[in-house]
Structure formats: C-alpha cells, structure tokens
Design a protein around this ligand. Structure first.
Ligand code: GRF
Length: 218
C-alpha cells in the first residue's frame, strides 16, 4: 500500500447488489485508521440484501435506488447521482487538500451507471474476470464454458460501457478441472477482496495519472 499521510480519511460510497462480501472486506480494512478511507454510505439497487444488512450492522448509512421506481433509466441515473451527492457533498471533499475526485466503489453492483453519476463521481469497479475477456454479468460461467485455463479479477475505472473502463489492477486465478461456477467464483472472490482493498487504498489515497487507457498509480 502507498505511504501517504492519512491524517484525513477520505470519504467513499460503496454500491452493492448482493451478499456484500467485498463490502465486508472494505469495512474491515477501513476500521483501521491508517487505511485512509471511510465508508460514509452504502447504496443498493434492491432492498433486503445481505450487503445492506452488513452496512447497517457496521453503523453505515444506507440507501436503496431501484430502477423500477423511475419512468426512465436516465431518471434513475439522476436519482442515483443525487443519493450519492447527499452522502458525499462536493463542498465537503473540495475542502480536503489534494482530493480531486469524489469516489464511489462498485463492489458487486449489478447495474450500469449512467452519465449523471459518471460526470460527478469517479467510480472504481471490480469484475470477476481478466478484462477485456468475459465482460458482463456472467463472467465466471462464461470463462468456464469457454474452456479457459486461467481467469481472475480486475479492478478498473468505470466509463460509459459495460466493464470497458481503464484497468487499474488485475490478478490471475487458475481454473481447476472440476470447478463449478460456484467453486470458481468463491476462489476468485477471495483474490478479488484483497485486490480491491489494496487497489482502492492506493488509487484513492495516493492518486493516479491517466494517459489514454493507461492508468498509473502515484
Ligand atoms: C463479485 O465477484 C463481483 O465482482 C461480482 O459479484 C460478486 C459480488 O460478491 N460482480 P459479493 O456480493 O461482494 O459477495
């Protein structure tokens, strides 16, 4: 991890859609002040999920923003941006020296974020495959079906596409002969949790530069 001076903990919002084991890893890491990040909110696109319950048990404020509650996808995106802005006000982060981004971590969030969110926030996403191979919602199943010998986890910046944003970090996971989708996904998630915790710390606390698709950590 980077070696910046973490006198200020930087606010992040985490988005989830399911069990939230990646969120749990971030909650555990951020309990240590030296980690430098504070989860100030957890959002979801559906209610009654373990990810939200994990946040509530940790005393973190939550919100739910369901696509079906809005007439159009664009209005859902506007509502998401408003929810996020309520949790990370721009004035608050602008007052923190050296912080040029308002950060959101998409950690198992299964919706594509739209232009309103992406204009106001820098979003880090984690994906259970070695992008650009196997983008989309069924990455583990598709890697197995394809007969790949190696897959893995990718942490990347989010752009307007589906899992197409610039790659920040990747780690490989071998596929075993008798793997099922569940066994492989569990092994990937073990790697993914550590990769996300480390990469989020490094890019958010120490910063990065970007040239085209190439992201370089400071
Ligand atoms: C992760 O593999 C993530 O990349 C994928 O869904 C999984 C989420 O796991 N999109 P959890 O809900 O954090 O346990």
């Amino acid at each position: 991890m980077g070696a910046s001076d973490h006198t200020t903990r930087l606010p992040i919002v985490v988005l989830v859609s399911g069990s939230g084991s990646l969120l749990a890893a971030l909650i555990e890491a951020s309990a240590e002040p030296a980690y430098g990040l504070e989860i100030v909110g957890v959002g979801a696109d559906r209610p009654d999920i373990e990810g939200l319950r994990r946040a509530e048990r940790a005393g973190i404020p939550t919100f739910v923003c369901r696509v079906q509650d809005y007439p159009t996808r664009a209005e859902w995106d506007d509502a998401m941006a408003q929810h996020l802005a309520d949790v990370i006000p721009s004035v608050g982060t602008a007052e923190i020296p050296g912080v040029g981004h308002r950060w959101v971590i998409s950690a198992g969030f299964m919706k594509v974020l739209g232009p309103s969110v992406l204009a106001a926030f820098t979003v880090l996403n984690t994906h259970p495959a070695l992008l650009p191979a196997f983008p989309g919602a069924h990455a583990v199943r598709e890697a197995l079906a394809y007969g790949a010998c190696v897959t893995g986890a990718t942490v990347h910046l989010v752009d307007a596409g589906v899992d197409t944003g610039p790659i920040v970090a990747q780690r490989a996971v071998p596929i075993r002969t008798f793997d099922t989708e569940d066994s492989l996904h569990e092994r990937i998630k073990t790697v993914e949790r550590d990769l996300l915790v480390r990469t989020a710390h490094d890019i958010i606390t120490d910063g990065f530069t970007q040239s085209g698709r190439k992201v370089t950590l400071a």
